[in-house]
Design a protein around this ligand. Structure first.
Ligand code: TTP
Length: 400
């Protein structure tokens, strides 16, 4: 069985983090997001086929030729023309049944296993309260797929298409016959319609496990929380005897925890990172390799990418700091609105309610703030932007 993982997308909703690296490589619990997708099906596949496109060379360089001894083969998609188009690129290397997963969705391993066990073609669904943003599935009396409609205004069921499939190689014939949708993409749901029209049976796996679609910055935080909540304590790095580490804290070999540091897990500190003296880390926090969190700094429920530095007297809450971000002394992040409403963020020019009461900032790689900078809840700052000392940043900066 092959495992096809779709990882060619531009991840535009995840800007500015994806301006400098592809979304599947963004860290979750200290590991690239895509590795959790591999983990979900590594026990049932003999070979992964990864569809790469946007910054594909970065994906290839980071992941190499194997994942936990399972070979990785890469195929390129030269334009992000849709999921059917992406799967179609794998035709030259696939000669057997295969499962398909998106490279940015966290699911339990029970899902690919259940898809693998069906035989033939299969789709996965899960019940959601508002299915209008998804492909919506209707079942035939025998429980197989009757119909699938993309983003219907009046959904016939609550069963959303999870975006994970199992296919026989004859799917490629139907992919060739798939036409562009009104959204301008070659969509696999349209391919499924063609299979049904030709009298094929498509099994439906009803899934009620974890389904985290990581498309927007706060979903990266949610994925980080989910993954770290499942982690086990493991202290390998050099830890001062008076540091207090409680709960599921992972300190990798090569990390240094100085005097007076308090870490309330779950948290991970990657190799080469340095914490303290006298820093406080709490919530589900992931401190990237070679990062530095210094004296009198509190970091809560955040992700620091490699090389991010918060040297002194700062508060960072519910935020993502890109690679080599450097916060001036006294930089503070607001992560809560005074009216108690959930924080909004601008995604592709639209204000979006994130549904989170606590959400801080998202800083692209190389952002620098001057001393005493205040950053408002929900603000995003583009890569390499410098903020002057004493600034109060209420709106996004440096984004295209
Ligand atoms: P999307 O979430 O639709 O796209 P994206 O991840 O690039 O994000 P954004 O909308 O913010 O730009 O894609 C779902 C998955 O499918 C994701 O893992 C990327 C992958 N994909 C491809 O590999 N090729 C494609 O042509 C498309 C449309 C998606």
């Amino acid at each position: 069985m092959y495992g096809v993982v779709l990882a060619a997308g531009q991840g535009t909703r995840m800007q500015p983090l994806t301006d400098s690296q592809p979304k599947p490589l963004l860290p979750v619990g200290g590991q690239p997001l895509i590795e959790y997708v591999f983990d979900a099906c590594v026990d049932i596949v003999d070979e992964f086929v990864v569809v790469i496109g946007y910054r594909g060379d970065d994906v290839r360089a980071k992941l190499g030729d194997t994942y936990r001894e399972t070979p990785l083969t890469y195929v390129e998609q030269d334009e992000t023309a849709g999921t059917a188009h992406a799967i179609g690129q794998t035709e030259s290397v696939i000669d057997d049944r295969f499962v398909v997963l998106n490279g940015d969705v966290l699911v339990d391993s029970t899902l690919p296993t259940a898809l693998a066990e069906t035989g033939g073609h299969a789709v996965a669904t899960t019940s959601v309260s508002d299915p209008t943003a998804y492909g919506v599935v209707s079942l035939a009396p025998d429980g197989s797929l009757e119909d699938i409609v993309e983003k219907p205004a009046d959904p016939p069921t609550e069963l959303a298409n999870v975006g994970c499939y199992a296919f026989e190689p004859d799917i490629f014939e139907y992919i060739h016959r798939t036409e562009k949708s009104e959204r301008g993409e070659f969509e696999i749901t349209e391919t499924l319609e063609r299979l049904l029209a030709d009298g094929h049976d498509v099994s439906v796996v009803e899934y009620d496990g974890q389904w985290l679609d990581v498309g927007r910055p706060w979903e990266l935080l949610a994925a980080n929380e989910h993954v770290l909540a499942d982690s086990d304590r493991d202290i390998q790095g050099d830890t001062a005897s008076n540091a207090q580490l409680s709960g599921a804290v992972i300190i990798e070999e090569g990390a240094v925890i100085h005097d007076g540091v308090v870490i309330d897990g779950p948290a991970v500190v990657k190799s080469g990172a340095e914490i303290g003296p006298n820093a406080y880390i709490r919530g589900a926090t992931a401190i990237g390799a070679d990062s530095h969190v210094g004296h009198s700094v509190e970091v809560k429920n955040s992700i620091l990418l490699p090389g991010a530095t918060v040297p002194h007297l700062s508060y960072v809450g519910d935020s993502v700091l890109g690679r080599d971000v450097n916060l001036g002394a006294g930089t503070n992040v607001a992560n809560l609105r005074h009216d108690g409403e959930s924080v909004q963020m601008t995604i592709k020019d639209e204000r979006v309610d994130t549904g989170r009461r606590k959400l801080g900032v998202v800083l692209g790689d190389g952002v620098q703030t001057g001393i005493n900078t205040s950053l408002n809840a929900g603000v995003k700052i583009g890569c390499n932007v410098c903020i002057a000392p004493g600034a109060t940043v209420l709106h996004d900066r440096g984004l295209e």
